[in-house]
Design a protein around this ligand. Structure first.
Ligand SMILES: Cc1ncc(COP(=O)(O)O)c(C=O)c1O
Length: 438
């Protein structure tokens, strides 16, 4: 059926009936939407029409058609997330790419501070460390969130933490004769664990404390409703459309106020002295040859989502399933969900449930790999894991699979108690993050 005909028909109900609009293997129980997303068949079909244009005339597509298509998609996305100026929003391949662009574009000086969280996505906190390892060696300072906690506690701790960084900065200013900068990388929705953080309030505190705020919003678009970036006004904000929005991989968005030049450098780069005005969009339009269809597919994904009923309807359903599914899974595993708040202030569409391992179990990667294999390859279901302090029937399937896998892991690897493995967490050590789609 063509997309036009499909979108004229009534949308299917949520739940298992929705599966036929996705290309999942019939025996795979998809419970993890946060890692790589999944592309609806309708978005894939719409994208094929663009691939026909690419291969029909590669020169025409890359020299003209792609520019217009990407520009239209960018404008639509700018409205969708409420940016004040559409020309401060560009596509990037993914969140890692966008965040690296920001972090490596600062001119780092002695005494500067780059701040990440213990919940920051590994490759992003590693980026911060890499920057700290290069001369002039800015200080990499960690901010720690320990669960259970509340949004109010996080904001209070964040304010106190930035105040203390400002004291460090004041001392350095006296010594250096200039004011070092502080750059904070803040998750809107962290993935380890999968929690909504009070990032809007944290951005406000950054402004009060004169700290640059770089928002890792990899999980925001398509999951966080009513985004209004013009109002929140973060310095930098980067999201992934290929996670929750249903765009093809790789498709990210990058909103900014000041950036000198993207990586890779574009033919459109102009030395600051020669610039007559901003050319941010032009610089991001061509950073080497890539597949532009995923960028255009973000707009196709919005068509599909509108057909399903829009952001509110989709996200209310996914949120409900995450809450109900998380409870059911914890019941089966005889453990607990991480978010114990009555209003589930940390929970959007991802839920965190403790795994029934003793706290002594080793945190070696081989255990996680064994767990991955036992679930993903042998039992065809996969939740994301981390070590930390479908309907519900899909969660039930997951619960049963996990119980079996846990038992096998303990038989094969032991519980670590004889080796005296370190206890780094008050909760069971291995936790899962999974989403509410079924
Ligand atoms: C919080 C967070 N930030 C950044 C990323 C990186 O996304 P990508 O691999 O698409 O660059 C991820 C990936 O899961 C993530 O969870």
């Amino acid at each position: 059926m063509s997309q036009n005909a499909l979108y004229q028909s009534p949308p299917p109900p949520f739940g298992h009936q929705m599966r036929k609009f996705f290309a999942f293997d019939p025996d795979y129980v998809n419970i993890n939407h946060g890692s790589y997303g999944s592309v609806p068949i309708a978005v894939e079909e719409a994208s094929k029409q663009y691939y026909a244009l690419v291969e029909g005339n590669p020169d025409l597509f890359h020299r003209f058609t792609a520019i217009d298509l990407v520009r239209d998609a960018r404008e639509r996305m700018a409205k969708f997330i409420g940016v004040a100026d559409k020309d401060e929003l560009v596509f990037v391949p993914n969140a890692s790419h966008g965040l690296n662009n920001v972090l490596r574009s600062f001119i780092w000086e002695e005494g500067d501070i780059i701040c990440s969280f213990n919940t920051t996505y590994d490759s992003i906190s590693r980026t911060a460390q890499y920057i700290a390892d290069l001369p002039p060696n800015p200080i990499h300072s960690p901010f720690t969130i320990t669960f259970p906690t509340t949004h109010a506690e996080i904001i209070e701790a964040w304010r106190a933490y930035l105040c203390s960084l400002n004291e460090t900065r004041a001392q350095a200013s006296q010594k250096l004769g200039r004011r070092p900068k502080i750059v904070a990388i803040i998750d809107s929705i962290a993935s380890k664990p999968g929690v909504l953080l009070p990032w809007k309030e944290m951005v406000k505190v950054c402004k009060e404390e004169d700290v640059w705020g770089v928002i890792d919003a990899a999980h925001s678009i398509g999951q966080e409703q009513d985004l209004n970036l013009a109002e929140i006004d973060p310095d930098f904000w980067v999201t992934n459309c290929h996670k929750w929005l249903f765009a093809k991989r790789a498709c990210g968005l990058f909103n900014q106020h000041i950036l000198r030049a993207p990586f890779p450098t574009s033919y459109a780069y102009i030395s600051p002295n020669d610039r007559k005005g901003p050319n941010f969009v032009e610089q991001f339009e061509w950073n080497g040859t890539i597949d532009f269809v995923p960028y255009v597919s973000a707009s196709c994904a919005l068509d599909f989502r509108e057909w399903l009923g829009g952001e509110k309807v989709i996200n209310e359903y996914c949120h409900r399933i995450a809450i109900e599914g998380g409870k059911r899974l914890a019941q089966i595993l005889e453990t607990e969900v991480l978010d114990q708040d009555q209003d589930f202030q940390f929970t959007l569409n991802m839920v965190n449930v403790a795994v029934p391992f003793p706290p002594t179990i080793s945190s070696e990667f081989k255990i996680e790999m064994a767990f991955r294999k036992k679930l993903l390859i042998q039992r065809k279901v996969f939740p994301a894991f981390l070590y930390h302090s479908g309907k519900v029937e899909d969660f039930e399937y997951l619960g049963k699979a996990m119980l079996e896998a846990c038992k096998e892991i303990l038989e094969e690897f032991g519980d670590g108690s004889e080796e005296g493995a370190p206890i780094t967490n008050q909760m069971k050590k291995l936790e899962i993050v999974n989403d509410g789609s079924d």
